[in-house]
Design a binder for this molecule. Structure first.
Ligand SMILES: [Fe+2]
Ligand SMILES: [Fe+2]
Length: 284
């Protein structure tokens, strides 16, 4: 059973706000599932980080919208967001220090109770002021994810990017799908192993392939070699729970363009894709 069921009662009627709230509900449910299934900490930790980061991103977007609409209670709304962010970050830090699944449950429960209450009361309160201001809604909707990004974010049109993720962990695949779709990727494909990934690419190539390096059966290195044998030069992001430095030589030999270490964050996921695409286009 999910931690939160999305119902129309939670819908405010402002697309970018409702869209963000749905993403937050999905991420809370994924933390819930990972914790229920005693999922390895690399995946649970990734889901928690994504939940924290997306919460902060959503707050910034919502506050921008309220500012553009001249909402009278903007400052009080900002204080409510800041209060939540501070408490959730303290919980998250405790989880990172302890790696304890029970702390992950506390973060999820705290955000679940807070989110539903905040949406139903404080977010619904700005509906009347903002729902008719399409210019402000469009501007808020177009806000890029910038939290702590260390690479120059050239205007990437995420909606035109096609991504294939090959990973044997279904919770990880779902998490990456949720994050990328939330940020605008419409063409996301996934495969549970290298063989299926190769078969999908033979039918239709993609702009970026992300591949887990340690898998049963065909591992990432074999996958990359086979892909190159088929003259497919798609940029590859190597994904691993080990230190990425361990795989630099093997990755370079197999034509890997970028590296992503688990547990991931939204920021590291985006940076790995952007850097890999940049290298691929400049040939560096
Ligand atoms: Fe809010
Ligand atoms: Fe909100």
């Amino acid at each position: 059973m999910p931690a939160i069921d999305w119902t129309s009662d939670l819908e405010i009627g402002i697309s970018c706000v409702d869209g963000d709230h749905k993403v937050l509900v999905d991420l809370i449910n994924q933390v819930h599932d990972c914790s229920d299934q005693h999922e390895e900490s690399m995946i649970l930790g990734s889901a928690l980080s994504a939940l924290m980061e997306y919460t902060i991103y959503h707050f910034a977007r919502e506050e921008r919208l309220l500012e553009l609409c001249g909402y009278a209670h903007l400052e009080a709304h900002k204080r409510a967001h800041a209060d939540l962010a501070e408490k959730a970050q303290a919980f998250h830090q405790r989880y990172k220090d302890s790696d304890d699944g029970e702390v992950a449950d506390e973060v999820k429960d705290f955000l679940r109770h807070w989110l539903v209450k905040h949406i139903m009361v404080q977010d619904f309160a700005f509906k009347e002021t903002c729902s008719g201001n399409q210019t402000a809604i469009d501007e808020a909707a177009a806000m890029p994810f910038m939290n702590g990004m260390s690479v120059a974010q050239k205007p990437i049109d995420w909606s035109r990017l096609s991504v294939l993720l090959i990973d044997d962990n279904p919770n990880f695949r779902l998490l990456v799908k949720t994050i990328l779709k939330a940020l605008g990727v419409r063409n996301f494909k996934q495969a549970p192993n290298g063989e299926k990934g190769l078969a999908m690419l033979a039918k239709k190539p993609v702009d970026v392939v992300m591949c887990d390096w340690v898998m049963d059966g065909m591992n990432g290195a074999e996958f990359a070699r086979k892909l190159r044998q088929f003259d497919d030069t798609s940029p590859i992001v190597l994904v691993t729970g080990h230190l990425v430095e361990m795989y630099h030589d093997q990755g370079a030999a197999a034509g890997v363009g970028g590296y992503l270490q688990k547990p991931i964050t939204v920021r590291t996921l985006l940076e790995a894709i952007i850097q890999t695409l940049n290298r691929h286009h400049t040939g560096v």
